[in-house]
Design a protein around this ligand. Sequence first.
Ligand code: ATP
Ligand code: MG
Length: 464
Amino acid sequence: MPGHRELTLPPVVQRLLHTLQQAGYEAYVVGGCVRDSLMGRVPNDWDICTSALPDQLEQLFGGYPLLLNGKRHGTVAVVLEGHSWEITTFRQDGAYTDGRHPDSVRFVPDVCADLARRDFTVNAMAWSPDAGLIDPFGGRRDLAAGLLRCVGDPGARFAEDALRVLRAARFAAQLDFALDPATAAAALCCRDSVARIAPERLYTELDKLLAGPAAGRVLAEHGPLLAGALPEILPCIGCGQPGRWHCYDVWTHTAVAVGSIRAGGFDEPLRAHGDHSGPRVLRWAALLHDLGKPVCRTVGPDGAAHFPGHNQRGGQMARAILQRLRAPAYLIEGAPALVAMHDAPLPGSTPETLRLLHRRGPQFVRRLCQLKRADLAAHAQNEAVAARTAEVQRFLVQMERLAAGGCYRLSTLAVNGADALAAGLRPGPAVGQALNALLQAVMDGTLPNDRDALLGALREKRLS
Ligand code: ATP
Ligand code: MG
């Protein structure tokens, strides 16, 4: 961890701090940027806090374009070099009666009072070149210990703002931190108040959690806490699936599957093919893939648990959950379809593979294969599972070969509409029907994708 006098600020931030200090105000960078800098990470954004009041900020930076929509809460944003830099007056929050927003804010002259309203000790540090690190709650110590701990009384802090329950899990996953036991216990007590939070906010926190390097561990350890946002988790916890395939209950299996995406690099092939939304779709699909299991569970005469229909059921649940969370449309389209097919057998022949590519396109099939790999990585590690994994790998290689060179779309068929007309077909639906029939025959392997052969077949269609 670098010494606290060595934080490297972007030149614009240095200038803003300097301007404020020159005018006689206290000013610091604060929150996530201090935390990330001390961890040697590149901060997402730089927040500044100051003793200057909003009117004073407006006056001091009057020469620049300003965004004033947060002014009532103390935030003035200065637009500089194509970016808006938020400067917020030191403030204390009033009472929270809605479990989410303070009823009022009060501007205060003391940076420590401002830090006291922040959620976790590692987020409650401020820094300036002159003063160095201001750390009244032991944030630096907790950072070194990898601990997420509430500032003040955890029960009171979660009761004020239930979003902090999810923020706790999210930061634990992003930073690979443990929750301090008192913080974890208080978060669990408050988990049901999470239901009062705007669904978009829940989505954002869960999405950040899933992208975190420690997502698998945090899901495994804190399933009950996350059930405030996703009650469907609860029946998965302890839902047994003995037998030769499994070594975890449904929830632990789910957590391990999510964690395996990053550990196994299963999202990399998606990125390599330019599928930029693929990794997010894959993470959500892994989170949701087995939520249908508890309702579909039966025990066979052999005493083993079976989950008939859990693919489709899970797909429906995934769609309902993502809609409820107001997830982006591409995720609502992408993830449930994968969930609904995650456990279906892969095509066993070239024609079947081509037909799947025809129906769904290579991007979907690629995502499906990576979901299957993540799923299998969270099974018992035995020969049967290894054989299935090898089967997915083989299929992937063959699928990519066909996706690149096979014919599964009208656009790669060796004849087109003009050829069909030249061959004497009547303009209209008959042309499309004929070409589609040829495509089916080519995918089935009963005709080669060869121009002469297909022209011959078209002429026959004219006669038929
Ligand atoms: P990120 O890297 O996600 O931006 P961050 O720590 O900067 O992480 P933000 O949500 O941008 O998080 O918030 C900035 C700072 O404001 C936090 O570090 C924290 O000090 C404070 N903060 C944000 N949300 C809350 C909250 N709900 N309750 C208390 N303090 C909060
Ligand atoms: Mg931030």
